[in-house]
Design a protein around this ligand. Structure first.
Ligand code: ATP
Length: 371
C-alpha cells in the first residue's frame, strides 16, 4: 500500500467543458468538474443521465465531443485508455476464468515483465482480504469476492485514479452493503482517487465524500452527502436523495435569521441561510423523519411550524411508523416517526398536529426549483 500511496500523488481529475453528443442527442452537456486528489467521488443519477458516459470519457473509452480531460496535471484528452494513469472496474468483473485468483491479479504485472510479482500480488490480495483464496478459480468465489479480485487487479497497476462503473450492481443487497464499506476501507487505505458511478443514493452517500448529482446530462448539484441531503438545490435532488416533503408557501417577511412564510394561512419559518433569496413563493422542504406527529389534543410548544391535519394512512414498518397526513392547508405530508411504540400508532382519520424545528427545513424558489 505504500507504493500505491506514492502513485496516488497528483491524481486529481479536471474536466473542462467536457461534453458528448450522439448525432442530435446530447448525452452530456459541456461540464466543468474537478475531482480532488485522494477523494472518493460519486457520479450519481438515474438511468440515462450521462454518468457512465462521463466516466468513460475520463477512462478514454469514449471520445468527448468537446472539452479536455486533465489527470494529475497531464492533458490526456488525446490519449488512449491504456496510456492514461487510470484503471476501470466494471460491473462484469471480467476475470479470466481459466486462471486462478493469484494469476488474475498478477496478469498486468507479468505482461509488463515486472519483477517481484509474488510479493506485490500477495500484498494486494491481503489488501482485499483474499489471501487464502489465491489458488482458487473465479467460479469458486462469491460475487463479492470476485469483485474484490477485480479491484485488486486494477489497483496493482498503480493507477492515479480508479474508475468504478456500477461495480456492485450485480450483487444482492446485503452483499452490496458489505462491499460498499469494504471499498471505502480500501480507498482510505490506499489514498487513490476513486470515481464511482452509481444510481443508488444510499450507496453514494455511504461511500463518497463528494457527490455530483446528474440529471439530463448535467451536474445538477455537487457537494458533500450531508450538504446535499440537508440543503438540496432543486426538487430533483431533494427527492433523489431520500424523500422530502415540499410545501408550497408564500414569503411574508423576515425575523432575525429566519424567513417567515404562510402556507394556506399557517405560519411557517425557514432559516434564511437555507433558502433561496428574493423568492416570493417557495417550496419549503422538510424530511419526513424531521417531523413529529401528535394527537391534535396534545400540547405542542410554540406557534410556528405547527401544522394541523388528519391521518390518511399509517403503517408500522419496523424501524419506523410511516404516516401520510393531509394537512389543513390541503397538502399531503409524509412523516416517519422512529420512537413510537407499535401500539401507540395513530390510526387513519385521527386529527393530528405536526411540528418540526425550522432549522431542519430548507427552501427553494418555486419559480426555479423544478426541472
Ligand atoms: P445507466 O445507469 O443506464 O448506464 P447512465 O446515466 O450511465 O445510465 P449513459 O450510459 O451515460 O447513462 O447514457 C446517457 C445517454 O446517452 C442515454 O440516454 C443513452 O441512451 C445515450 N447513449 C449512450 N451511448 C450511446 C451511443 N453509443 N449512441 C447513442 N446514444 C447513446
Amino acid at each position: 500500500t505504500d507504493q500505491l500511496r506514492d502513485s496516488a500523488a497528483g491524481g486529481d481529475v479536471r474536466l473542462t467543458g467536457i461534453g458528448k453528443t450522439y448525432g442530435a442527442f446530447t448525452a452530456v452537456h459541456p461540464l466543468d468538474l474537478t475531482v480532488p486528489q485522494g477523494s472518493f467521488f460519486a457520479l450519481l443519477g438515474a438511468s440515462g443521465c450521462g454518468k457512465t458516459t462521463t466516466l468513460r470519457m475520463i477512462a478514454g473509452l469514449e471520445e468527448p465531443t468537446s472539452g479536455t480531460v486533465v489527470i494529475g496535471g497531464q492533458d490526456v484528452t488525446a490519449l488512449p485508455p491504456y496510456r492514461r494513469p487510470v484503471n476501470t472496474v466494471f460491473q462484469s468483473y471480467a476475470l479470466f476464468p481459466h486462471l486462478d485468483i493469484f494469476e488474475n491479479v498478477a496478469f498486468g504485472l507479468r505482461r509488463r515483465g515486472r519483477k517481484d510479482v509474488k510479493k506485490q500480488v500477495e500484498d494486494m490480495l491481503e489488501l482485499v482480504e483474499l489471501g487464502q483464496f489465491a489458488r482458487r478459480k473465479p467460479h469458486q468465489l462469491s460475487g463479492g469476492q470476485q469483485q474484490r479480485v477485480a479491484v485488486a487487479r486494477a489497483l496493482i497497476n498503480h493507477p492515479q485514479v480508479l474508475l468504478l462503473d456500477e461495480p456492485l450492481g450485480a450483487l444482492d443487497l446485503k452483499l452490496r452493503r458489505q462491499m460498499q464499506l469494504e471499498l471505502k476501507r480500501i480507498q482510505t487505505e490506499v489514498g487513490i482517487t476513486f470515481v464511482h458511478v452509481t444510481h443508488d443514493q444510499e450507496e453514494a452517500m455511504t461511500m463518497a465524500d463528494t457527490i455530483a448529482v446528474m440529471n439530463g446530462g448535467r451536474v445538477e448539484q455537487l457537494g458533500a452527502p450531508a450538504d446535499l441531503y440537508e440543503n438540496p438545490a432543486s426538487t430533483f435532488v431533494a427527492n433523489f436523495l431520500g424523500q422530502s416533503n415540499l410545501i408550497t408557501a408564500q414569503v411574508t417577511g423576515a425575523e432575525g435569521t429566519d424567513l417567515l412564510l404562510s402556507a394556506g394561512g399557517v405560519r411557517l419559518a425557514v432559516p434564511k441561510a437555507r433558502c433561496a433569496t428574493g423568492a416570493k413563493e417557495i417550496y419549503l422542504g422538510v424530511r419526513p423523519e424531521k417531523i413529529t406527529i401528535a394527537h391534535a389534543s396534545a400540547e405542542v410548544a410554540g406557534n410556528r411550524n405547527r401544522l394541523g391535519g388528519t391521518v390518511v394512512d399509517s403503517s408500522f414498518i419496523g424501524v419506523s411508523t410511516q404516516y401520510v397526513v393531509r394537512t389543513d392547508a390541503g397538502q399531503e405530508v409524509a412523516v416517519f416517526e422512529q420512537n413510537m411504540e407499535r401500539d401507540a400508532r395513530i390510526v387513519p382519520g385521527a386529527p393530528v398536529v405536526l411540528h418540526w424545528n425550522p432549522a431542519h427545513s430548507f427552501g427553494m424558489d418555486a419559480a426555479q426549483a423544478i426541472d
